[in-house]
Design a binder for this molecule. Structure first.
Ligand code: G4P
Length: 526
């Protein structure tokens, strides 16, 4: 299957992650410009607004000026086929981002040079670390006043808990910013503030080349040489192997808004970032170049039209070739399925495709068959490892306010949970349903969608909880004793697993010390 191997080696599937406002949208847009996928700056943002206007539910996000939707943008760059998986900018939808990270082969992290590492970046990095996802860091907004680059590097290491290695180096910052020295390619890129133009490159032999002095002045050239010497002394040589293992993150500096340093980032990215790699399923390791198709659902896009209960399931192709109208097995239900209108996402357009390869994302129109994490195969019984659920941060009881519509409410809750909008726990003591989210906005979205798509009305009741902990023990008696003692706080998740709903950190710590035989987990994958 030479064709398959070749297609796989071309694929680069990744996500850009950042704290809101660091420049993720701007960088995405500039990458699309280089790929010829869009022709004017501003297209990504304006497209977001247009999309949200198509559905009432999306009004919520429009009003708040945020993007709830996660989409895929594919484009060709040289010989490469690049798929960028967009992640929601708003932190209330962090759960969506966690899940998207399970479908990428690497990530680019954007950090604001003035703000350094912010909270959401730290959290997302934890997910990358759990999965050893290779990470490249882009330090953005060098055209603005910011922090000392060495200080930023130290912070990246300590806050993101990963070794770093600068592959480019800035010459001054803010108003005095002159450009970057590209360590990876041994070249000098001069900065001209211009949103549409690519930077000017000065060809040089090495760091001692006089042309550096001629272009940036002797003083800055001397400082640059000093900095570079320090870098060589402090940071070990960059190793692609360590990067691929997720042990070291190469760092680039630039300004996304000025399209500066972006091409250099992209050129290095396509060379070093991994093509789709083998994935360990429950049964065995699945290699991308196997003949048989396999893939999993990592995202389900909400009903866009409340009159037709249809959504789009996003499937990441893991192995083999996906073909339109072929028969595939939906492992959870055992049903064989055929897809007549799968879509691919190229240049921001959705087109029906006949085939897709590992690393690609296909959108499958669905009417409620799929759940997040479902596996599709050519027939083999494979289960891709469950995508972890993290303990939610906010909890509320959900109550029915229209007794005539309790069936609709049940169904709505079930489908929204299948989509992964939030997590449902049922308290075993009083039978009440608890919805857990990572942010307040999700409660509003759920209430709105239940009403608009299912005709069901609900209200929220406060409940004071700190964390949901999945518990287990090798000692059945100890487990039973724990559940008895904490019976008021025991719940089950949607898969029927035991969850201890701790109402404070103190209670949790006491429980951990009083019951040493119980293991407490903060994610559902252990
Ligand atoms: P996000 O997706 O990570 O939330 O960030 P986004 O790209 O929307 O960028 C946030 C703000 O930072 C935007 O300004 C954007 O123009 C600006 N920005 C991005 N990269 C750079 C850069 O390299 N230098 C400077 N100086 N600014 C940058 P805004 O005023 O919020 O939006 P807009 O009205 O300019 O679009």
């Amino acid at each position: 299957m030479a064709n398959l191997t070749e297609e796989i080696s071309k694929r680069r599937t990744f996500a850009i992650i950042s704290h809101p406002d660091a420049g993720k949208t701007t960088l995405t847009e500039k990458l699309l410009l280089f790929g010829g996928a869009i022709h004017i700056a501003g297209a990504v943002k304006s497209n977001k607004i247009k999309k949200s206007a198509t559905s009432d539910w999306m009004e919520i996000e429009k009003q708040r000026g945020i993007s709830v939707a996660t989409s895929v943008m594919g484009f060709n760059y040289g010989d490469y086929k690049i798929n960028i998986l967009d992640t929601p900018g708003h932190q209330d939808f962090a759960e969506d981002t966690y899940r998207t990270l399970t479908a990428v082969d690497s990530v680019i992290i954007v950090v604001d040079v003035a703000k350094g590492v912010e909270q959401q970046t730290r959290k997302l990095m934890e997910v990358c670390r759990m999965r050893n996802t290779p990470v490249i860091i882009f330090v953005n907004k060098l055209d603005r006043e910011g922090r000392d680059p060495f200080e930023i590097l130290d912070e990246l290491e300590s806050e993101l808990k990963i070794s770093v290695r600068p592959l480019s180096w800035p010459i001054n910052i803010g108003a005095k910013f002159k450009g970057v020295y590209n360590i990876y390619e041994q070249s000098l890129d001069l900065f001209t503030p211009n949103k549409q133009r690519v930077s000017e490159r000065v060809e040089i032999e090495d760091v001692n080349d006089r042309r550096i002095d001629e272009n940036i002045g002797e003083k800055d050239a001397a400082k640059l040489r000093e900095d570079l010497e320090l870098i060589e002394g402090v940071y070990p040589e960059f190793s692609v192997e360590e990067y691929l293992k997720g042990q070291v993150a190469p760092v680039f500096f630039g300004s996304a808004l000025n399209t500066f340093g972006v091409k250099e980032l992209l050129d290095c990215f396509v060379k070093i970032a991994p093509a789709p790699r083998p994935i360990v399923a429950e049964e065995r390791e699945i290699k991308p170049d196997e003949d048989n198709f396999s893939g999993f659902v990592f995202k389900i896009h909400a009903n866009m039209d409340p009159n037709h209960r249809s959504c789009i399931a996003f499937v990441k192709v893991c192995s083999g070739k996906f073909e339109r109208n072929a028969n595939y097995k939906h492992i959870r239900t055992g049903k064989m399925m055929k897809f007549a209108a799968p879509t691919a996402f190229m240049a921001q357009k959705k087109n029906i495709v006949d085939e897709a390869f590992p690393g690609d994302i296909v959108g499958i129109p669905d009417t409620g068959n799929f759940k997040i994490g479902d596996t599709l195969t050519s027939g083999e019984q494979i289960h891709f490892k469950g995508l972890p659920s993290f303990s939610p941060e906010m909890f509320k009881y959900i109550e029915n306010t229209d007794p005539m519509k309790s069936k609709q409410l049940e169904k709505g809750i079930q489908q929204l949970m299948d989509e992964g909008v939030a997590q449902l726990f049922v308290n075993q003591f009083n039978g009440r349903k608890i919805i857990g989210t990572v942010g307040q906005l999700q409660f509003e979205v759920i209430q709105y969608r239940l009403l608009n798509e299912y005709g069901a009305q609900c209200r929220w009741e406060p409940i004071s909880l700190y964390k949901a902990c999945w518990i287990e023990s090798d000692d059945a008696e100890a487990l039973a004793a724990f559940k008895k003692r904490k019976h008021q706080f025991m719940a089950v998740d949607r898969d029927g697993r035991d969850v201890f709903m701790a109402d404070s950190n103190y209670v949790l710590q006491m429980a951990q010390s009083d019951f040493p035989k119980i293991r407490f987990h903060f994610t559902s994958e252990f």
